[in-house]
Write a protein that binds this ligand. Structure first.
Ligand SMILES: Nc1nc2c(ncn2[C@@H]2O[C@@H]3COP(=O)(O)O[C@H]4[C@@H](O)[C@H](n5cnc6c(=O)[nH]c(N)nc65)O[C@@H]4COP(=O)(O)O[C@H]3[C@H]2O)c(=O)[nH]1
Length: 772
């Protein structure tokens, strides 16, 4: 039995005994009254002295019970145990029952039936009352047996059948009363138990709730969050937790004199009432972001959750307040990270994207234009690769500063990519204003940068698009400015260019051509033409240059001068280049097989093919597939490749040279032709560009230049090829200066495979001018 059950049992016992003693007073007095009446009723039939004696005994017994009840009430639990009081009560009941019952023992008459009924009804009446009063079965049993025992005894010994019958009936009724009392007592115990158990349960719940409240109270009090309780009407501060005291610097007593506006900056009675209005309408919480003022008048940002308790009178507002300084700092950092470029501190692409909407709206409203200037550093990649990333980063930082010095405050500059910068010029009256800024920017970048001890030269190419003339979305404007920038680059870099719709058309056209070009190999639309190279002295074809042709089934014939740059831009040049290498090598082997001619074949190689690093493998592959000896393959490279800062092309050219592949420098004289790089690179052939050849007969300077190139080639022991020879005069000029190999329309244009084969099969000493 656990302590709670024992306690409940003790409580039930206590209640039962309380009940017994409490009711015993009334019961005793009632019994005295009934007995008095009864004695008076039978006084005539029995000696009076006996009856008075009995009556006195009864009075004494009942007085004893009253004293016992009084004694219990005044001294219960203090001096004696419950068992003592129960025994005492049972004893009292026994004595009282025996006293009353003895009446029928001593004063019984068999003369009259009415006496008999009276003698039975009298104790029965008492028992009926006792059933509900005597909540102790043993006490009831003692009472009933002592009360009724004498009557049953007297009737059973009377010898009269009727008397005997009544006695028997009385006995049965006594048994019934005993059973009833037993059940009544059990009921009492059960109901009391239930009641005490419920009470204990409620007490437990209450204790738990108090514990929880205490714990919550403690936690709330110790929390760093500030908690304020205000009178909702007067806004007087009623209660605060430790967090509030510590954060605001007031004492508890000082708080008691404060009102909400003393703590919450910018919240007076009126604005606060408006703020908490929804709480009266049923909303649970109102969130208020503002500032709290400390005692020293400093303030800090807070987020307050306001809740209303309408049950209190007057209603109270509980404000749970959190210092959000750190959160705001984080938010600021996040906003910065999301919108600003970490390296340069300029805005980033995300910012521009988010900002553009309002820029367009403003421009529409004010009927002004917006210019988007898009630029990149012309040789940033080289600087980064050769001088390192630290220099690259610093250069970008200085670029940002340089851009900012030229802009007005209302202009927006952003870094929108690696070395890409975007400038937004709002509020333009004239498009020419944008041109002015663009011109200043380009000019500014002509001055060198001082970066980590290096003097770095970098120019910018800049494209401009205009809202709303060129486009109405940021994507369009960016795309068009980008196109314009590429145009600026094509125009020779270091300048700016406005977007034009012509540009867009040509860009769309280029896009379309690129798309078709992607499928050109698979659709077998490509072919190679071969232009013979003639050894003038021997009047003999000594080789041929392979020139790519594309006849698109959808677009018709497209010049290599159009599709080769597109292939270079899109990266397709590698696939095309590999195809050219394989086809040309195989064809050169065909010439040998068919006509016994061991001619060399020249293939043009784009600088892009050098960048990917797969050229060497592609050359090896073409040679091994065709079986062409490497010394009969000539690769024509352009000057721009040799001008690259990187050592990669040089290493590759050396590797090709070591593998006995011939290397020719194409278009010599058009770029920065210089002796130094001619010496550095393992070249065997120099091709004089056709622009000089065509100028030979008309222009003295071309003659001088060609003379110089020839002298240079001879001094370096390089083989010379003059391309674009179109007439006798040019041929004579070149022959006189010792140029041995000629290529040009004068002898033959580039020919399709079959025609070139026919040319070879004819084996004419000097080929005649032919048409393709
Ligand atoms: N006016 C005139 N032109 C003459 C004469 N003789 C030859 N030509 C043309 O001059 C160009 C010579 O090729 P290129 O300078 O390498 O210039 C080539 C070359 O840079 C590029 N290209 C052609 N095929 C390929 C290729 O397979 N790969 C690469 N990477 N580029 C190629 O396309 C350019 C143009 O090629 P084509 O249109 O075939 O133009 C060819 C040829 O048809 C002449 O007497 N007078």
């Amino acid at each position: 039995m656990n302590s709670q059950t024992a306690e409940i049992d003790a409580n039930i016992e206590q209640e039962r005994i309380d009940n017994l003693y409490r009711r015993s007073k009334t019961a005793s007095i009632t019994l005295l009254l009934i007995s008095t009446v009864y004695v008076l009723l039978i006084a005539k039939s029995f000696p009076l002295a006996h009856l008075i004696t009995w009556y006195l005994v009864l009075v004494i017994v009942l007085a004893g019970r009253l004293v016992a009840a009084h004694w219990y009430e005044s001294a219960r639990n203090r001096r004696h145990s419950l068992t003592f009081w129960l025994y005492l009560f049972r004893f009292g009941v026994f004595v009282a029952g025996a006293t009353v019952g003895s009446l029928n023992l001593f004063f019984f008459s068999q003369e009259s039936l009415s006496f008999l009924l009276l003698a039975i009804i009298f104790p029965f009446g008492i028992i009926v009352g006792a059933v509900t009063i005597l909540l102790d079965f043993l006490a009831f049993f003692l009472y009933v047996s002592t009360l009724m025992g004498p009557v049953i005894f007297q009737t059973s010994i009377a010898g009269d059948q009727l008397f005997g019958g009544i006695g028997a009936l009385t006995f049965i009724l006594v048994l019934f009363f005993l059973k009833f009392s037993k059940e009544y007592n059990n009921n009492f115990v059960t109901t009391s138990r239930l009641r005490f158990e419920n009470k204990a349960l409620l007490k437990n719940l209450e204790e738990e709730r108090n514990q929880l409240n205490n714990r919550l109270g403690r936690i709330m009090n110790d929390s760093s969050i500030e908690i304020f309780v205000f009178n909702a009407r007067t806004l007087r501060c009623l209660q605060v937790n430790r967090g509030a005291i510590e954060n605001l610097g007031y004492t508890k007593e000082e708080f008691a004199a404060l009102h909400l506006p003393d703590i919450f900056v910018n919240l007076d009675l009126h604005s606060f009432s408006r703020l908490i209005q929804p709480l009266y309408g049923g909303r649970e919480v109102v969130i208020h972001k503002g500032e709290n003022r400390r005692k020293d008048k400093s303030s800090y940002p807070v987020e307050a959750r306001l809740q209303l308790s309408k049950q209190d009178d007057p209603p109270i507002v509980v404000a749970t307040v959190q210092n959000i300084s750190e959160r705001i700092e984080w938010e600021k950092k996040l906003i910065f990270q999301a919108n600003f470029d970490q390296l340069t501190g300029l805005r980033n692409r995300h910012y521009i994207q988010a900002y553009m909407h309002s820029v367009f709206t403003r421009a529409r409203r004010q009927q002004r234009k917006v210019a988007l200037l898009f630029m990149d550093l012309d040789n940033f990649k080289n600087i980064n690769d050769t001088l390192g990333h630290d220099v690259g980063d610093e250069l970008l930082r200085q670029t940002a500063r340089r851009i900012l010095t030229l802009l007005r405050e209302s202009d927006i500059a952003a870094r929108t990519g690696g070395d890409e910068f975007t400038v937004l010029l709002e509020n333009l009256h004239e498009v020419s204003n944008a041109e002015l800024v663009a011109g200043k920017l380009v000019k500014e970048f002509r001055h060198p940068f001082k970066v980590n001890g290096h003097e770095v030269y970098t120019t910018i190419s800049l494209g401009i698009s205009i809202y709303p003339d060129d486009g109405s979305t940021l994507d369009q404007l960016m795309k068009y400015a980008d196109m314009a920038m590429y145009q600026a680059k094509n125009n020779g870099r270091n300048n700016y260019c406005f977007f034009s719709h012509e540009m867009r058309r040509s860009s769309e056209e280029q896009m379309m051509i690129s798309t078709h070009l992607r499928h050109a190999i698979a659709r077998e639309e490509l072919s190679l033409y071969y232009q013979p190279k003639i050894d003038i002295d021997r009047s003999k074809i000594i080789g041929a240059e392979a020139l790519l042709r594309w006849h698109s089934k959808d677009l018709g014939s497209i010049s290599p001068e159009i599709f080769i740059p597109l292939a270079e831009q899109s990266g397709l040049i590698n696939d095309l280049g590999n195809w050219v290498l394989q086809t040309a090598c195989q064809e050169a082997m065909e010439w040998e097989k068919r006509y016994g001619e061991k001619l060399h074949v020249s293939v043009n190689i784009s600088p892009q093919q050098f960048r990917t690093g797969i050229l060497f493998e592609a050359v090896e592959n073409a040679l091994s597939l065709s079986g062409l000896p490497p010394e009969r393959l000539e690769l024509e490279i352009t000057e721009s490749l040799l001008l690259q800062d990187s050592d990669e092309p040089l290493a590759l050219l050396r590797a090709l040279h070591e593998n006995r592949i011939r290397l020719a420098l194409d278009d010599f004289g058009t770029g920065y032709s210089s002796l130094s790089y001619l010496r550095r690179f393992p070249l065997q052939v120099l091709k004089i560009d056709r622009s000089f050849i065509s100028g030979l007969t008309v222009d003295q300077s071309s003659c001088a230049l060609v003379d110089a190139i020839i002298a240079m080639a001879h001094s370096l022991e390089l083989e010379l090829v003059a391309e674009g020879v179109e007439n006798e005069n040019e041929l004579t000029f070149l022959r006189q200066r010792g140029v041995e190999i000629i290529q040009g329309y004068f002898f033959s244009p580039p020919l399709p495979v079959e025609k070139f084969r026919t040319l070879l099969s004819e084996k004419e000493e000097t080929p005649q001018v032919q048409s393709p």
